[in-house]
Design a protein around this ligand. Structure first.
Ligand code: NAP
Length: 297
């Protein structure tokens, strides 16, 4: 036997199913494949995945086909309801010859959703890892997300190649699912506060007869500035609401923040006001616009 014949299997031996190829799931699938994994991607609307086909990306007809032979399953679907629907339809553990070991749940859900998803994972014979991400479409495309993770230590080695492919860093928080999702909601609360704060400031400037870009210009480089503020202010001033994170998902996440805050006995006045702004934008038929469309409220 030559030395080549006994060398370790290539990274392409790691087979990953990506369920959900929306704004985030599609670039994540691309990056996982680019890192050398074999990716089976499935999306409810098949037209959205046509452009994903590549040498190590296979488009699956349904979730069951996508998870066949996969050792890691990534869910990047809209919400807990969609995740439960899709994952429930998979065959139960007893009837799966080679059960995929790890389920990386990377969509944004609420703490209350996690126990249901854990029960579902147990039924399917999967090990659930709570792994939401911080960062929007552009960091997803660049493989520069920040992954928040909570799951058994024994799974870290198996899933790390996938997390490294989509993110610049992984912050492990706990050995049981739940805490990563909690931190994700606290961080989104800050993201929404920044976005709505920027929107109201620019709208007020415009309403007072000023060029709204002056707000971004004056703040640029100072202690009140952030790259996120500059990016969103530019979108707001120009009216370019090409989505990186949609208003529809912001409504969903604002609702999750409010539910979690209520459960924790915390007043979340800004989240409530922000949710009302996003609902007004939805009512204008702009649910698919970027969250910067808060300025339209
Ligand atoms: P998106 O573009 O709206 O994509 C949502 C995905 O969920 C699509 O694949 C959609 O399929 C699928 N879906 C929705 N309802 C479904 C159902 N009932 N059954 C099966 N599939 C369903 O959202 P995204 O921006 O990629 O975000 C995905 C998740 O990551 C969300 O939980 C979001 O909150 C979270 N997240 C987003 C960002 C961001 O900046 N965009 C950042 C961090 C976390 P179709 O294509 O058929 O509609």
């Amino acid at each position: 036997m030559t030395p080549d014949a006994i060398s370790p299997p290539p990274r392409s031996a790691l087979c990953v199913a990506v369920l959900g190829a929306g704004l985030m799931g599609a670039p994540m699938a691309r990056n996982i494949a680019a890192a050398g994994c074999q990716v089976h991607v499935w999306n409810r609307s098949p037209d959205k995945v046509l452009t994903l086909a590549a040498p190590n990306i296979t488009v699956a007809a349904d979730p069951a086909e996508a998870v066949q032979n996969a050792r890691v399953i990534v869910t990047m679907l809209k919400d807990a309801r969609a995740i439960a629907e899709v994952m429930s339809a998979l065959p139960d553990a007893e009837s799966v010859p080679e059960t995929p070991v790890c389920w990386l749940q990377m969509s944004t859900v609420g703490p209350a959703d996690m126990s249901g998803l854990k029960t579902l994972a147990d039924r399917k014979g999967l090990t659930l890892i709570d792994a939401p991400v911080l960062g929007t479409r552009q960091p997803a495309e660049a493989g520069q997300l920040l992954v928040l993770a909570a799951g058994p230590d024994s799974t870290k080695e198996a899933v790390q190649p996938v997390l490294d492919a989509v993110g610049k860093a992984t912050r492990w928080l706990d050995t049981a699912p739940g805490m990563a999702t909690r931190l994700k909601l606290a961080l989104n609360s800050w993201v929404f506060a920044l976005t709505h704060g920027a929107a109201e400031s620019l709208a007020l400037a415009r309403g007072l007869g000023l060029d709204p870009e002056l707000v971004a210009e004056i703040l640029r480089g100072g202690p009140l500035d952030t790259p996120f503020f500059q990016m969103k202010a530019q979108a707001m001033a120009s009216g370019d609401f090409t989505p990186a994170f949609t208003v529809d998902n912001a409504v969903k996440d604002s609702g999750l923040i409010l539910d979690a805050a209520r459960e924790a006995g915390v007043r979340a006045d800004l989240a409530e006001a922000g949710l009302n702004r996003y609902r007004r934008v939805q009512a204008q038929g702009r649910g698919d616009a970027d969250m910067a469309a808060s300025i339209l409220a």
